[in-house]
Design a protein around this ligand. Structure first.
Ligand SMILES: Nc1ncnc2c1ncn2[C@@H]1O[C@H](COP(=O)(O)OP(=O)(O)OP(=O)(O)O)[C@@H](O)[C@H]1O
Length: 233
């Protein structure tokens, strides 16, 4: 069994009389330790997929398995624990607590977990060893996203789930963040999934899952992914 599996997953929203299938029968798998890019145009179903994989929402039908556990019928309480322990989230906007330092922001997340990694170590790992005591307002956008990545990693999650992680950053800073996600995957063996509309990012992935109209339009496995350093778009 693969590390992550989507099997016949559907998510249907009822809009008055009309049913909208935001995800309409999705099958894919992700292996442990892979950097995966899930890519598709606006409205393809990326957010709906991410919400289900992240345990924010449950599928209408089908199975979602992470590390051997089917979460598709999990109770709200079980999903809370799943989000807390199994998934590290990185969003487009960093969502840091403004009156806490970088170190305190990371420690805050670690406090709710059972096996957190030392906050200062993880901040050093993302290149912010010299910024531990700075507040978010004293950090650049790229540095704030590094804190957000450290916060997610310090939970020591099974899967790092990133939603348009470079969306608010300029070109060079965005590239550096992609490089950090790639290095994290290579150096720690962590499974990293990046959800994006930017098809250029697919070149750095071990596996690419193309999404269109609520379905998987294709899957590619890259034997030689490009280093994020040399990526251009
Ligand atoms: N709560 C909802 N109720 C009704 N329809 C929804 C709901 N959420 C999503 N949809 C519909 O499902 C489809 C997929 O939406 P989704 O937000 O998952 O796409 P997306 O790929 O994330 O798009 P974007 O890149 O623009 O965020 C769209 O047609 C959307 O209108």
């Amino acid at each position: 069994m693969a590390f992550v599996e989507f099997r016949g997953v559907r998510k249907v929203y009822q809009m008055g009389e009309v049913e909208v299938a935001a995800v309409d029968g999705m099958d894919f798998s992700i292996e442990r330790g892979e950097l995966v890019v899930i890519v598709g145009p606006s409205g393809a179903g990326k957010t709906t997929l991410l919400n289900m994989l992240g345990g924010m929402d449950s599928p209408t039908s089908g199975a979602i398995v992470l590390d051997g556990r089917d979460i598709s019928h999990a109770s709200p309480k079980e999903l809370t624990l799943y989000r807390r322990h199994d998934i590290g989230f990185v969003f487009q906007f960093y969502n840091l607590v403004q009156n806490l330092t970088a170190l305190e922001n990371v420690e805050l997340a670690s406090q709710i977990c059972t096996h957190p990694l030392p906050a200062a170590d993880v901040l050093r790992q993302v290149g912010l060893g010299h910024r531990l005591d700075n507040f978010p307002g004293q950090l650049s956008g790229g540095e704030q996203q590094r804190v957000a990545i450290a916060r997610a990693l310090a939970k020591n999650p099974k899967l790092l789930l990133c939603d348009e992680p470079t969306g608010a950053l300029d070109y060079e800073t965005g590239k550096a963040i992609l490089g950090l996600l790639q290095d994290t995957c290579r150096d720690t063996g962590k499974t990293v999934a990046v959800v994006t509309h930017n098809s250029a990012f697919t070149a750095i992935a071990d596996r690419v899952i193309h999404i269109r109209e609520g379905r998987v339009a294709g899957v590619e496995v890259n034997d030689r992914p490009l280093s994020a350093e040399v990526l251009e778009w």
